[in-house]
Ligand binder design. Structure first.
Ligand code: ADP
Length: 253
């Protein structure tokens, strides 16, 4: 099916959230369209992870609504269509004995059910996912023996194995060296371009993100900016978000 860039697949409408008395999000509204590559940036503690948790149904907003593929969150069941690559994926136990193939195969259990046996077609999906991330020859390797950059590719493959429409990544390159980061961002771009996969990337690295994504959302309790990365960099939203030295910091980064 061709990608419909006008079709909203995630609608965040007037969403507010607070922990006890502490406001974390105030009236945040934005849409994610099919095929978007959305970067979510903002200062530490600005509410980026909270927005993701709300979209993933892990916490309930205290105000407003979220629609996923046109359905209100409470009626939404098609969770395998939304892949999630958490930051914690880079902090796995190095002694964890699973192989790369086994980790990626976990992505099929969300589709088939936890206690189902995986069949030939599931294994083909796993192999295809490994090919997509350039790890097709690494299936037998132990996850703990891989570099952090390779591990993060495996977690992308695990998400891909479920054949999702969208993948959400929370600070995926923390702790990964610069070369591996570049390869990682190149991979994300390919998945977005070639598969039409919708991506949401949360990152503190405004420099990289602004040059990779097609859309940018900046969250500091409220939605400070939503639009093209270029206009964000040339407008005053950057200063509002990071202070008057932001441009200096940004350009020397
Ligand atoms: P970001 O991802 O932009 O760094 P978060 O969404 O993680 O921001 O956090 C937003 C605010 O919510 C921060 O002030 C943080 O301290 C607070 N917060 C996050 N998780 C909890 C929690 N479980 N209990 C209380 N406060 C929390």
């Amino acid at each position: 099916m061709p990608i419909d860039h006008t079709k909203s697949i995630i609608e965040v409408r007037n969403v507010s959230f607070q922990y006890g008395d502490m406001p974390v999000l105030k009236n945040v509204t934005f849409n994610v369209h099919e095929g978007d590559y959305l970067g979510v940036i903002g200062p530490n503690g600005g509410g980026k992870t909270t927005v993701l948790k709300i979209i993933l149904g892990l916490i309930q907003p205290t105000g407003g609504d979220v629609l996923l593929f046109g359905k209100p969150l409470r009626n939404f069941r098609n969770w395998p269509s939304i892949g999630y690559v958490p930051q914690k994926a880079t902090h796995i136990d190095l002694l964890f004995p699973a192989t790369v193939f086994e980790i990626v195969a976990m992505g099929r259990y969300g589709v088939k059910g936890l206690f189902c046996r995986l069949d030939h077609s599931d294994r083909e999906h796993v192999k295809e996912a490994l090919r997509r991330v350039g790890m097709e020859n690494m299936g037998d390797r132990r996850i703990g023996d891989l570099s952090l950059g390779q591990q993060q590719r495996v977690f992308i493959a695990r998400a891909l194995a479920a054949r999702p429409n969208i993948i959400i990544l929370d600070e995926p390159t923390v702790g990964i060296d610069v070369t591996a980061q570049e390869q990682f961002y190149a991979l994300l771009k390919t998945l977005n371009h070639n598969l039409g996969l919708t991506l949401i990337l949360v990152s503190h690295d405004i420099d990289v993100v602004a040059h990779e994504v097609t859309e940018l959302a900046c969250i500091n309790q409220a939605l400070v900016y939503h639009g093209a990365p270029k206009e964000f960099l040339s407008g005053d939203a950057l200063t509002r978000l990071y202070g008057k030295n932001a441009r200096f910091i940004f350009h020397t980064h």
